[in-house]
Design a protein around this ligand. Structure first.
Ligand code: SF4
Ligand code: SF4
Ligand code: FES
Length: 477
């Protein structure tokens, strides 16, 4: 373990680390734009300069090996002067249109300007203008005037998603980030990560474009239910104190955007575009009305009817949800497991055009908690014996046409669907954004999620419902 000295203080570096990495890990902040811990070193932005002790020059810390005895200063007058000059240079042609930029509030250029420069531009020549709204793909737009040419986006598509979908063409102040002409960015299943790693507001998500200022939003830790990887994510939604009552109140209970929450055990710093599109999947029209044979009833009547069907059934089968939390699955096993022959159902199948599986993150099983469900209920394929007289269907992914003719059906669902009205009893249940719980991913890693919104009226938590549906002890099989 090499020992280095930052501002005279000893720091234990790891073998192979750079001065920047050792400094950041030990609480000595050095600013950086182009460096990213999961990408190769480009060394092009020059904001990370440090001064070797006793020398009258600066060097970039992101490409300086932390060799035994290295001594650097991170806040000398020379370093401060160079940082200022670098920021003057980077903002020479930058439009400073922070007022209309989605990155405002999360922009490192904005932060560093206030922290390390704070002065007006010393240039007296007009800024070079460039293209402002370039559609790189159907998901991403580019503002070339804001681009600081750090090349993070280029390296991401070369090294992580491996599509080589973004490049930089031309030279000097005519340099332009552009998508490759083969359309690879359109089919890059991880393309939206470049929006996160762009240190400025040059690359923007079309689905989030001008939808909210980030300081009106708060992130709630969650787990992507899009596949059995179970990536750690943040669901961003409006803060309580910034609720929109005069505009569209639906925005108060909608996910504004999804970003990765770094988790080295599961997804590192990335997620795929399916995770970004969860607001569509989770924001579908909800089922809020309990029903009996398609007729609206109140919640208590629906529960009583379902309970009577369960008590009276002789050969009931349950198709349990691979989207249920581990807590809900355990509650089902505790309260109803003795009564039902239970099988784990695949709630979601791959959508048309969705990547089935790859060697980065995406898994073929498009359900988040299959592993927990199968640990509790086994992994036999669903089957109905002769005489099956009741099927309890929990969650999506079941065609009622495949159920045994004549069997009664109790359906627990969350979204509007034709099946709701065809069930003998339909009870609406809450979704992931309305409750807390855990999923176990395909490798056995357990991750938790928190509620973002209150449950709508008429909806119950499946965990509480299973206790209400439990038959009296003497009637259990
Ligand atoms: S678009 Fe963003 S990530 Fe790409 S080079 Fe420009 S500043 Fe860097
Ligand atoms: S890889 Fe799977 S869990 Fe991760 S973001 Fe994509 S769909 Fe969600
Ligand atoms: S972070 Fe070191 S040169 Fe950009």
């Amino acid at each position: 373990m090499p020992e280095i000295f930052i501002n005279g203080q000893p720091v234990a570096a790891h073998d192979g680390e750079t001065v920047l990495e050792a400094a950041l890990r030990n609480g000595h902040y050095i600013p950086y734009f182009c460096w990213h811990k999961s990408l190769s070193i480009a060394g092009n932005c020059r904001i990370c300069v440090v001064q070797p002790e006793g020398k009258n020059w600066v060097e970039i810390a992101c490409n300086m090996p932390a060799a035994e005895g290295t001594r650097v200063l991170t806040d000398s007058d020379l370093v401060k002067t160079h940082r200022k000059m670098t920021l003057q240079f980077i903002t020479l042609n930058h439009p400073v249109d922070c007022g209309i930029c989605d990155k405002a509030g999360e922009c490192t250029l904005q932060d560093y300007h206030y922290e390390y420069n704070g002065e007006r531009s010393i240039s007296n020549v007009p800024k070079v203008q460039s293209t402002k709204f370039v559609e790189l793909s159907s998901r991403i737009v580019l503002d070339n005037e804001r681009c600081i040419l750090c090349s993070r986006c280029v390296r991401f598509t070369r090294e992580i998603s491996k599509t080589n979908a973004i490049g930089i063409k031309q030279r000097g102040d005519e340099s332009l980030v552009r998508a490759s002409e083969d359309g690879a960015l359109e089919t890059d299943a991880y393309s939206d990560n470049v929006v996160d790693i762009c240190p400025v507001g040059a690359l923007l998500s079309r689905r989030f474009l001008h939808q909210a200022r980030v300081w009106y939003l708060k992130p709630t830790p969650s787990v992507c239910p899009g596949c059995s990887r179970g990536c750690s994510v943040d669901f961003w939604h409006r803060r309580r104190e910034w609720k929109l009552n005069a505009l569209d109140p639906k925005q108060n209970v909608s996910i504004a955007r999804v970003t990765p929450r770094e988790n080295p055990e599961v997804n590192g710093p990335w997620i795929c575009n399916t995770g970004r599109d969860l607001p569509d999947l989770l924001g579908r029209a909800r089922a809020l009305q309990p029903m009996q044979k398609g007729q609206p009833v109140d919640g208590a009547a629906a529960v009583a009817a379902a309970r009577a069907l369960i008590e009276g059934a002789r050969k009931p089968v349950a198709l349990v949800s691979s989207w249920g939390s581990t807590e809900e699955l355990a509650a089902f096993a505790k309260h109803l497991g003795g009564k039902f022959a239970s099988f784990v159902k695949s709630d979601r199948q791959p959508a048309e055009g969705e990547v089935l599986e790859d060697d980065l993150l995406i898994k073929a099983d498009k359900n988040p908690n299959t592993r927990s469900a199968k640990q509790i209920f086994g992994d036999a394929a669903p089957r109905f014996d002769e005489g099956t007289d009741l099927v309890l269907v929990w969650g999506e992914g079941c065609s009622f046409a495949d159920l045994p003719r004549g069997a009664k059906v109790v359906f627990l669902g969350s979204w509007l669907a034709p099946e709701n009205g065809h069930a003998d009893v339909f009870i609406p249940v809450s979704i992931q954004t309305e409750r807390a719980g855990h999923y176990t991913n395909f490798e056995g890693v357990v991750s938790g999620f928190e509620p973002c919104f209150p449950k709508p009226a008429g909806v119950v938590d499946a965990e509480a419902l299973f206790a209400l549906l439990a038959p009296p002890t003497g009637l259990r099989a």
